[in-house]
Design a protein around this ligand. Structure first.
Ligand code: ZN
Length: 203
């Protein structure tokens, strides 16, 4: 499987990192080795002093597709989850400044937390899903898919112009504002509406 991530999909997060608003979705990939195994804590890697959490709505592809029309995109996924796109912000800033690819800062081992999958039919409208992240029991990120610059079906369609989508691929749809640093001893908990999708200790 591959992990496709969308960057800069919420206006408030673009502002907090002083990034430019893109005219097309920003896409990057994480390798399958980035998936954090179930029931495993996240260990802060030694190459970074500034690992950030980014809570994001996830979509799992369950049908192979290429050049998918937005109107048919919903036929290519059935499950939704919540995850974290861990980012070595110090390394990313350095690579961005030099105009180099971000992979080391975004695709490192265990940088993709994937929560429990839930059938999309359990949501009234996938473009109205509210989600949040708590760090040590205080709210740090809050988002709603209605604030996405590119909605889920538009993302599926856009991505499929460049990458054939295969069964089991996961799309990280971008993070709202409120990203921040993790430290040893923190506990991250992710919620869609009031349901908890993950609970992750940081070591
Ligand atoms: Zn992200």
């Amino acid at each position: 499987m591959k992990i496709i991530c969308i960057g800069r999909n919420y206006a408030a997060h673009i502002e907090e990192l002083s990034n430019e608003k893109p005219k097309d979705p920003v896409i990057f990939l994480k390798p399958d080795s980035a998936v954090l195994q179930k029931n495993t804590p996240f260990y802060i890697p030694e190459f970074s002093n500034n690992i950030h959490y980014e809570v994001e709505i996830l979509v799992k592809i369950d049908k192979i597709g290429k050049y998918i029309e937005p109107a048919f995109a919903h036929k290519y996924y059935n499950q939704i989850s919540l995850g974290i796109d861990f980012t070595a912000r110090d390394l990313q800033t350095e690579l961005k400044t030099k105009g180099l690819p971000w992979e080391k800062a975004k695709g490192f081992d265990n940088s993709a937390l994937i929560g429990e999958w839930v059938d999309k039919s359990s949501f009234k409208d996938i473009n109205e899903i509210s989600f949040s992240l708590k760090k040590n029991n205080s709210l740090v990120q809050q988002g709603n898919t209605n604030l996405m610059l590119w909605k889920i079906d538009e993302i599926v369609s856009y991505v499929s112009q460049f990458f054939t989508l295969k069964i089991g691929d996961v799309i990280f749809t971008g993070t709202p504002s409120g990203v921040g640093k993790i430290d040893e001893g923190d506990l991250l908990e992710g919620f869609i509406e009031n349901k908890k999708y993950f609970s992750l200790p940081i070591k």
